[in-house]
Design a binder for this molecule. Structure first.
Ligand SMILES: [Zn+2]
Length: 436
């Protein structure tokens, strides 16, 4: 491992962590300035682009020779808030411990990734690398909250010149050892979409002193929730998950429950996720009943967090809801918001090949396995805006997965410095392979 490059990424990450860019409220501009100063000191021109001056996005571009595709490396500068009293080391202190861990908010999500992407570009420029197509860095505000429209969705509308053929963002890259000894890294090629719904049971109001009066909507909605919990949605293989199943050596054309069981048996992480990757999920989360204890409500509601697969529509969710809820309890269904996300990039692209080749060089024998995120990243916006092939990939090998996942959006977020070294080296390799 090139420890000089690793340590360069470590110091940049620590500078970024020391900037409190908790969102809300955001205030990402000082973090964008850290990136700007670093890149400009390394001969990379940068531009801050802001709708709100406190919440700047940063764009850097290394012009290509005009003979190849363009590639954007992405990384958001905001982080989720942290409550200092719960932490072993202060969340904005960037403590580096004797075991090589950097502690602080954003060390896993995702100032770590941003720092290594900056060092990747700086190193390539310093070494005289001239990419075949443009190499961009997009460092955006407001990913974690997203309600202010100052980050990626705004930036891409404002700056159509950010159209790029390929992009690498957060999401994939975790190293898993399967029960049969094989080693895989995930490549996140898309994500599920959210489609939130409110179901309201329709009864009749009455006086709570005589519960048999009217038709209390609370037990009605309770019955609807019970039916939702018991319901199993239809399963199917979207292209990304078919690719996942195939690359794991499991026959995708058998009964889909057998496919799920065989994949799930390979690693506990797969077992946990498989159900969500094969179909619509419906999770009851919000409840509303009467506004007064002594009133039997005529209406009682449950808010559902629903996640649909790429390509699914409102009608697909409606079909599941109708099947689950039956026709004997009167209810009304409202889509609270339209479909958000649900984009998927194709497999087998030149970027996919470049990442796979860099992985083979860095960790011989390891395989790249595509997957979908059940959450959301800004990669969805570049896919939607420009048809960009965008993958989530940041290789993670030295930080145990439970430490990494346990710290994300939680206390004691920390990353091992050798993962910064690995990611920097691999990204340099990926860029050289794709834009060499
Ligand atoms: Zn993130």
């Amino acid at each position: 491992m090139d420890t000089a490059l690793r340590d360069e990424a470590v110091e940049l990450l620590r500078d970024l962590v020391r900037v409190d860019s908790s969102n809300p409220p955001g205030r990402e501009t000082p973090a964008a300035m850290v990136v700007k100063q670093y890149l400009e000191a390394n001969g990379v021109a940068c531009e801050l682009v802001a709708r709100d001056p406190d919440r700047a996005n940063l764009i850097a571009r290394v012009p290509g020779r005009g003979t190849g595709p363009s590639l954007a490396l992405m990384g958001h500068t905001d982080v989720v808030p942290a409550d200092a009293q719960d932490w072993t080391h202060p969340p904005f202190g960037a403590h580096l411990d004797d075991d090589g861990y950097i502690w602080g908010r954003g060390t896993c999500d995702m100032k770590n990734e941003l720092a290594t992407r900056c060092v990747t570009i700086a190193h390539l420029v310093r070494s005289g690398f001239q990419p075949s197509g443009d190499l961009l860095l997009i460092s955006q505000a407001d990913e974690e909250d997203g309600t202010e429209v100052v980050g990626m969705p705004w930036l891409l509308k404002e700056r159509p010149d950010l159209k790029c053929d390929y992009a690498i963002d957060e999401g994939g890259g975790a190293r898993l050892e399967l029960v049969d000894g094989r080693v895989v890294y995930s490549l996140q090629v898309g994500e599920k979409a959210t489609l939130p719904v409110t179901i309201t049971a329709l009864g009749e109001a009455g006086h709570a002193s005589v519960p048999t009066l009217g038709r209390n909507a609370v037990p009605m909605v309770a019955e609807l929730i019970t039916r939702l919990a018991a319901h199993r949605t239809d399963k199917r293989l979207v292209p990304a998950i078919r690719g996942m199943v195939e690359s794991l050596g499991v026959d995708p054309d058998q009964d889909i429950d057998v496919v799920a069981a065989q994949v799930g048996a390979l690693h506990p992480a797969f077992a946990m996720e498989m159900e969500a990757l094969l179909g619509i999920t419906i999770a009851p989360t919000l409840l509303t009943g009467s506004s007064a204890r002594n009133v039997l409500p005529g209406r009682a509601s449950v808010g559902l967090d629903c996640r649909i697969l790429p390509g699914d529509t409102e009608a697909d969710l409606d079909h599941e809801l109708a099947e689950a809820l039956g026709g004997d309890i009167p209810f009304e269904r409202v889509f609270v918001q339209g479909i958000t996300g649900g984009t998927e990039s194709p497999l087998g692209t030149p970027l996919h090949d470049a990442i796979a080749a860099a992985l083979t060089a860095a960790d011989p024998g390891a395989m790249l396995v595509p997957t979908l995120s059940t959450g959301f990243t800004d990669a969805a916006y570049v896919r939607q805006a420009f048809g960009t092939v965008a993958y989530g990939f940041w290789p993670l090998r030295h930080t145990p997965l439970d430490v990494y996942e346990g710290g994300m959006h939680n206390k004691d977020e920390r990353i091992h410095r050798d993962d910064l070294g690995l990611a920097t080296a691999m990204q340099i390799d990926i860029v050289q392979r794709l834009l060499g």
